[in-house]
Design a binder for this molecule. Structure first.
Ligand SMILES: Cc1cc2nc3c(=O)[nH]c(=O)nc-3n(C[C@H](O)[C@H](O)[C@H](O)COP(=O)(O)OP(=O)(O)OC[C@H]3O[C@@H](n4cnc5c(N)ncnc54)[C@H](O)[C@@H]3O)c2cc1C
Length: 370
C-alpha cells in the first residue's frame, strides 16, 4: 500500500505532524513506532494501584504559545496546574529554582535583605540570572550567593544528571538553572500550564483517530523500510545518528533509570517534585497525584537515576550538550539537510532539548512549510 507520508516515531513530533497532514491535507499517512505504545516519552498509563503515572518521567505541560495551547486543548481538557519544586538544602526543603523565598529561608535576615537589594538593583525584579553569570560578579555579597547556589544546588546535581561539571555544558542547559529574582515560587512562568485531565495517552489517541492515519506499533522502521513506499516525504523523529547508520560515530545521550514506588497513604511529600542536589544517587522524587490532581487512598512516586545511555539498548532521553557532541551532531545535520525527501523533526532527530510545547511548535512550523 502506498502512502503520501511515512512518519517514523509516534511521540509529539510525529503525531502532531500526522494529525495535521491527515486533517488539513487529507494526506494518507503511515506512522511506524518501535515501542508497543504511542506517545513517545509522554506516554502515561495507570499502575497496578490505579494511579496515573508517566512511564518515562514526570511531564508537566507549559507554554507561552497561545497557538500551541489552543491546538493541544482540542484533544483533551487541561487541569490547570502550576508546578512547584523543592530542593533539600542543608536539611531544609526550600523552593527551586533559587528565588527570594529561598534566600529568606536559608540566609540570616540582614544578609538576605542586603543580597536581595543588590540583586534587584543590579538585574531588576523578575529577572532570571544564570548561575554561571552570577559567579562572574565582583560584589562580595553576590559572589557569596553565587558560590553558595553553585555548591549547594547546582554542582552535584549537574554531576548526577549529566556526569559533568556545569562549565562543561552549553548555556542551553546551564541557563535552565537560574537565580530567579522574584517571590514567585512556581517552577515555570509560562502563561499556559496544566496537565491533561484524562492523561497524555488519551490526547494522542484522539489525535491519531483519523481514517487517513495508519499506525504500526512494535515495529522498527529500519527493519521494514523496504516494505513501504511514500509518494511525498519521509518524516523521521528517531535518533539522527541511527538514520545514517552511525556514519560519523554514535552521538552521546543520557538515559534515566526510573524507580516507581506505591505507598499505602494519601500523600508522600510536600511538593510534586523534591530535588536532592547533594544526597543519594537519585536526582529527584516526583509524586504523580500532586500534578494530576487524582484522588486516591494510595500514592505513587518515581525516583530518577541518571546515567550515560548505551546507544542501541537504552532509552535515549537527553542529548549531550557539550561542544564536542554538538559538533558531531552538526556533521549529521549537514547530511540531513541534503536529503530533500526527508524531514528530521523532534528531540532525537534534531538533537535538541525540546520541551513538549517546543516539539509541537516545531512540528506545526514544519507542517506550515510543507
Ligand atoms: C525525563 C523527562 C522528563 C521530561 N519532562 C518534561 C516536562 O515536564 N515538560 C515538557 O514540556 N517536556 C518534558 N520532557 C520533554 C518531552 O519528553 C519531549 O519534548 C517530547 O517527548 C518530544 O517528543 P518527540 O516526538 O520529539 O520525541 P519522543 O517522545 O522521544 O518520540 C520519538 C519516538 O520515535 C520512536 N522511534 C525512534 N526510533 C525509531 C525507529 N527506528 N523506528 C520506529 N520508531 C522509532 C521512539 O520509540 C519514540 O516513541 C521531558 C523529557 C524527559 C526525558
Amino acid at each position: 500500500m502506498d502512502f503520501d507520508y511515512i512518519i517514523v516515531g509516534a511521540g509529539f513530533s510525529g503525531v502532531v505532524m500526522a494529525e495535521r497532514l491527515a486533517t488539513e491535507k487529507k494526506a494518507k499517512v503511515l506512522i511506524i513506532e518501535k515501542k508497543r505504545h504511542f506517545g513517545g516519552n509522554c506516554y502515561d498509563c495507570y499502575d497496578k494501584a490505579g494511579i496515573l503515572i508517566h512511564q518515562y518521567g514526570p511531564h508537566i505541560f507549559h507554554t507561552s504559545s497561545k497557538d500551541v495551547w489552543e491546538y493541544i486543548t482540542r484533544f483533551g481538557e487541561m487541569h490547570i496546574y502550576h508546578h512547584r519544586v523543592l530542593g533539600v538544602i542543608e536539611g531544609k526543603k526550600v523552593p527551586i529554582p533559587f528565588n527570594l523565598n529561598t534566600l529568606e529561608e536559608l540566609f540570616p535576615k540582614a544578609l538576605g535583605e542586603r543580597i536581595e537589594e543588590k540583586l534587584v538593583t543590579k538585574y531588576g525584579m523578575g529577572q532570571k540570572v544564570p548561575i554561571l553569570k552570577l559567579r562572574a560578579e565582583n560584589d562580595p555579597d553576590l559572589k557569596f550567593l553565587a558560590e553558595y547556589v553553585y555548591e549547594k544546588i547546582f554542582a552535584f546535581y549537574t554531576e548526577k544528571q549529566w556526569g559533568l561539571k556545569p562549565e562543561e555544558l552549553t548555556p542551553e542547559v546551564t541557563g535552565r538553572v537560574p537565580v530567579y529574582i522574584s517571590w514567585d515560587d512556581r517552577y515555570f512562568q509560562d502563561r499556559y500550564q496544566g496537565m491533561p485531565v484524562e492523561g497524555y495517552t488519551k490526547m494522542f489517541e484522539r489525535m491519531l483517530d483519523h481514517p487517513n492515519i495508519k499506525l504500526l506499533l512494535n515495529t522498527d522502521y529500519f527493519e521494514v523500510k523496504d516494505e513501504f513506499k511514500y509518494k511525498k516525504k519521509l518524516i523521521y523523529t528517531g535518533p539522527v545518528d541511527a538514520f545514517f547508520d552511525y556514519r560519523f560515530g554514535k552521538l552521546m545521550y543520557r538515559t534515566i533509570d526510573f524507580v516507581f514506588e506505591n505507598y499505602p497513604k494519601e500523600n508522600y511529600q510536600e511538593a510534586a517534585t523534591v530535588n536532592y542536589p547533594n544526597d543519594y544517587g537519585f536526582t529527584r522524587i516526583s509524586e504523580f497525584k500532586l500534578m494530576t490532581g487524582q484522588l486516591s487512598p494510595t500514592t505513587t512516586t518515581v525516583k530518577e537515576f541518571s546515567r550515560e545511555a548505551v546507544v542501541g539498548t537504552d532509552e535515549l532521553y537527553y542529548p549531550m550538550f557539550t561542544d564536542e557532541w554538538i559538533a558531531k551532531y552538526r556533521e549529521y545535520e549537514k547530511e540531513a539537510a541534503a536529503l530533500n525527501d526527508t524531514i528530521f523533526l523532534g528531540r532525537l532527530a534534531q538533537y535538541r532539548y525540546y520541551n513538549m510545547d517546543q516539539a509541537i511548535l516545531a512540528s506545526l512550523a514544519a507542517f506550515q512549510k510543507l
